[in-house]
Every structure is written in C-alpha cells, then in structure tokens.
Design a protein around this ligand. Structure first.
Ligand code: SF4
Length: 414
C-alpha cells in the first residue's frame, strides 16, 4: 500500500489543470509511494480515510473567481483535520496572489507552471526535505515571492497533456504562452510572452496511447490562438498547422478532431481563406471561436488588442463562407468603454446573429495578473441585460456573462 495520499480536488473549473498536473505526477517515477485520488467534492469520510492511512496532501488549482468556494472548504478541512493534512494550492490565483492563499489556510502556494514544481514539491514533502528550496514554492517562511516570469518555463514535450493512468483526460494543450498583451487577459503574466509548441510527434504519441488505453475517438486542443500553432505567435505557419492536423487525422481509431473551437480561440487576423479551406479537410467542429471583444476600435486600442473591429468582422465573414459557425467572443464593460459603446457592442451581437454567427458573451472581470487588474468591474445596465437575455433565449448568445457580472464585482471588492 502507498505510504502517502494526494487528494486533488476535481472541480469543473480546474479540470484541464487537474488532467495535466495529475499526468505529471503519474509520469514521475519517484511517485510509487503516492496514491492519488481526484474527487469532485472533498468529503469528510474521504479525507478521514486517507489521514488514517498516512500523510495526506490536499491540492487545489485555484482560479481567482473560485476563491470564495475554495477558502470556505479549506476552513472546514482545517477545523476538522487540523495540521494532519498538508494543503497545496496552484493555478492562476496562486501565481498572482500566493500570499492570499497562505492567509486563507494553504500551507504552500505554487507560483508558475505546475508540471515540474508540483511533483517536486510532493517528493520533498514525502522525503522530509524543505519544499521552500524549490523556486516557485511559497510558504510561511518565504521572504520574497517570485513572479511566473522569473521562473523556468516548462517544455511541453516533457510532460503528458493528461492523466491516462487515472483516466483524467482533457484537451491536448498544443501551445502555451502568448506574445500579445491584451490588458484584460492574464495569460501573458501566467505563461509568458514566449510561445512554446508541443511537437507533433509528442501529440501523436499521447493521442495514440489515449485511443488504445482510454478509448478516445475524438480529440480537441487547447491554445491561446490555435491558428498560430507551430510558430512564434505573431503569424500563422500554415504548413506546420497542416502537418499537425494531417498527423493527428492519421491516428487509427481517432474519428473526430476539434480545432479552433472552444476551449481554444483564434485571433481574427489569422483567419484566412486558405487556412480555413485546409482546416475543413480535417476538423469536425462546426464552430470557430473568434476573439473580437468589442465593437469599438477605441476600446480595442485601449485594451492593446492589436486588431480592428473591421478585421474581426472580415474574419467572421470568411469563417462563415468556409462553412463554420463563427462563435465570437465579446467582453462587455471593458475599461474605458462608454455607455454608448456598450450598447453598440450589444447591437453588434444582433448583427453577428444576422451574419449566421453566435456570440460568446463575457462581462469584464479585473483578473489578478492582468494589466487591468485594478480597473473597475464590468457592469451592464437593465437595457443591456434585457437585450442579452433575449439573444440567450434565442440560443444566439452563450457564456456566463450574467454570473461574471457578480464575480467581477466580488473580485474588485477584494
Ligand atoms: S486575449 Fe488571447 S491574444 Fe490576447 S493576450 Fe490573451 S491569449 Fe494572448
């Protein structure tokens, strides 16, 4: 029987991180004495059973929008189990606000990418070594917290995209890092401006194994800008993109490939006719997720978006002509947006519907780690809510825009 247990909370908000991090633990040969569980809910009986068996670690990947839920649960775990459980937090909130995690009951916070640091931290704890010697691990005695950019970035090829041993699967992250600096986004802070691509060989190897071991018959991919695959992020590399799709399409047993659809997104200026025509030959997705974000060139410029509304609309029209349903990301209430511009963005969603597109609506949230983290939260007025509600009812608008309005308020009040 294993001497230690890791309980990794499998909440839906962190399922992709869970798959990658449990995958990195599974592939670490030093972890033979560690038993891993990934419950959706942390239960009294579950923790009690693990604690009775030996040293127990409880891990969370924490999004900034999920802290209320996580901290409440932690308070309960601490009251019930005291120090017999070691609690570790990673994810976007740990990178941006590590001390906030410690103040709310975590023993350790992991700053930066977890694939390398997390197994290392577990190994130190299992062998009575000091985890605070690992760059990126923050604890009570830490004097100075690094930022993710100060730490060594991982090579995606060195880690599995998911945890096949425990059958915790998700999209294959093909690209990490983004050279753009949109001010509402925390991706550049978390993963840096240098783009790293997972190699085609590694992607094919993991997917082949997933077909054989887990009965995968479809796959989807994760990327900040899917059409930039293979390059440095500022321009498309159509040959490398086709090389990836062609190689994945050849995997026996894999029937469907979803690329450029949620949870990935594409930037408008990468949506060209030749690329769309090429993609059509390989992908099964009906939708293409395109980031437009606002109907105002002024607001896009303020947000450092580096494309215009006109480029966005042209990309949407091209995607539609190529047989995709454009699924357009829009953010309402971006900093500096006037009431008139908000209403124009909502009007644009109706225009998009007439073009055969759907809107994925968001309300601006001041995310820690983003350049806009100290800006006021996005707010809708009654008229905007009514118009967006109407589009939702007609199934022309998706997204958690309504919930995000209250999350944005809560983030801002902290
Ligand atoms: S919104 Fe997209 S393009 Fe902009 S910084 Fe974030 S990941 Fe990069």
């Amino acid at each position: 029987m294993a001497s230690h247990t890791l309980i990794f909370n499998a909440h839906s908000s962190s399922r992709y991180s869970l798959a990658a991090l449990v995958g990195s633990v599974e592939s670490d040969r030093r972890m033979t004495e560690l038993s891993v569980e990934a419950p959706v809910e942390i239960s009294d009986k579950g923790v009690e059973r693990c604690v009775a068996n030996g040293p127990t670690f409880l891990a969370y990947s924490v999004m900034s929008t999920q802290t209320d839920r996580v901290y409440k649960e932690l308070k309960w775990v601490r009251e019930r189990f005291g120090d017999s459980v070691t609690i570790i937090g990673g994810g976007p909130h740990a990178s941006a606000r590590p001390l906030d995690l410690l103040e709310n009951g975590f023993d350790y916070a992991v700053v930066g990418e977890g694939e390398r640091i997390f197994p290392e931290l577990l190994w130190c704890l299992m062998n009575n070594k000091d985890p605070l010697e690992i760059p990126g691990v923050i604890g009570e005695a830490t004097l100075e917290c690094p930022q993710p950019r100060d730490l060594e970035m991982v090579n995606l090829d060195d880690y599995p995209p998911f945890a096949l041993g425990m059958n915790i699967v998700g999209p294959v992250e093909v690209t990490r890092g983004c050279p753009y600096s949109c001010k509402f986004c925390c991706t550049p802070f978390l993963t840096g401006g240098r783009v790293r691509n997972r190699s085609i060989d590694t992607i094919v190897r993991w997917l082949t194994e997933a077909v054989e071991k887990s009965g995968f018959n479809r796959t989807w991919f994760l990327s900040p800008n899917a059409l930039s695959y293979g390059g440095r992020g500022h321009k498309a590399e159509p040959d490398k993109l086709e090389g990836l799709l062609k190689a994945v399409a050849k995997i026996e047993g894999l029937e469907e490939i979803f690329f450029g659809s949620f949870p990935s997104e594409v930037r408008p200026e990468f949506v060209t006719k030749p690329i769309l025509d090429m993609m059509r030959g390989y992908v099964a997705n009906e939708t293409l997720q395109i980031g437009l974000q606002s109907s105002s060139n002024r607001v896009l410029k303020l947000a450092n978006r580096h494309h215009t509304v006109e480029e966005g609309l042209a990309a949407i029209a091209r995607a539609s002509d190529a047989g995709f349903v454009p699924h357009v990301d829009m953010i309402f209430g971006l900093p500096g947006e006037t009431k008139k511009e908000l209403h124009e963005s909502i009007d644009l969603c109706y225009t998009l519907a007439d073009m055969g597109a759907k809107t994925h609506g968001h309300v601006f949230m001041p995310l820690p780690g983003s350049a806009y983290e100290n800006k006021p939260p996005g707010k809708l007025d009654a008229e905007s809510r009514k118009l967006l509600g109407e589009l939702s009812r007609k199934k022309l608008l998706t997204g958690s825009w309504s919930l995000q309005e209250s999350l944005a308020e809560s983030l801002s009040s902290r």
